[in-house]
Design a binder for this molecule. Structure first.
Ligand code: MN
Length: 200
């Protein structure tokens, strides 16, 4: 299914993704495939008396039938994890996880040979800048050491097969923590790569 308009959302807080997925599901009437770059699974349980926060969009998207977990993958995941439910969720629902260990072991080149066959399924790409190592993306709220390089991110994005990419977002940039502005530079370049892909 094709849509005429495509978009990139830009947000600080990763909770912006869920409404985008809800709107797309409503419009397209089919679950989306999700390509999710992040250090975190974002299937965290309710916290701070709140079931909807920046670490829960994947859990809600699966539970609400917005995404097809079998056609979804998470790239750049790494510990330490604060709750075990978070890590177990993706496994239980069959979401593919390319954790940092696998990225280091197989390399981007080895992994991208295994992109799922998305066919004509609408795909949403959600990019949390904390998938990148804090040395190259310090301007974010929940940095995790041991992450990807900006080069590896480019290699992943440039190796994407031609897919029906209907929407995307780039999130979790906090300018106040980004004095050298390298995190904003990463975010802008990731948006450029995504727009380039959408124009194919
Ligand atoms: Mn994150």
């Amino acid at each position: 299914m094709k849509t005429k308009k495509r978009f990139i959302g830009v947000g600080v807080d990763h909770s912006v993704t869920l409404p985008s997925l809800r709107a797309l599901k409503k419009q397209l009437k089919t679950p989306l495939a999700l390509i999710h770059f992040d250090a975190h699974f974002d299937s965290y349980p309710p916290a701070w008396d709140c079931d909807f926060h920046h670490g829960t969009f994947v859990r809600h998207a699966v539970q609400e039938g917005l995404i097809d977990p079998k056609l979804s993958l998470q790239i750049g995941i790494r510990g330490p994890f604060s709750v075990k439910e978070d890590a177990a969720f993706s496994e239980k629902h069959g979401i593919t996880v390319w954790a940092m260990e696998e990225i280091r072991k197989a390399g981007v080149e080895g992994l991208v040979k295994k992109w799922p066959s998305f066919g004509n399924t609408p795909v949403f790409l959600s990019f949390d800048v904390d998938c990148v190592d804090p040395s190259q993306a310090p301007g974010t709220g929940t940095p995790v050491i041991g992450g990807m390089t900006t080069y590896e991110v480019q290699q992943f994005l440039r190796s994407l097969p031609k897919i029906n990419l209907v929407g995307a977002d780039v999130v979790e940039v906090i300018p106040a923590y980004d004095p050298s502005e390298i995190t904003s530079l990463l975010a802008v370049d990731v948006m450029f790569e995504i727009l380039s892909h959408m124009s194919l």
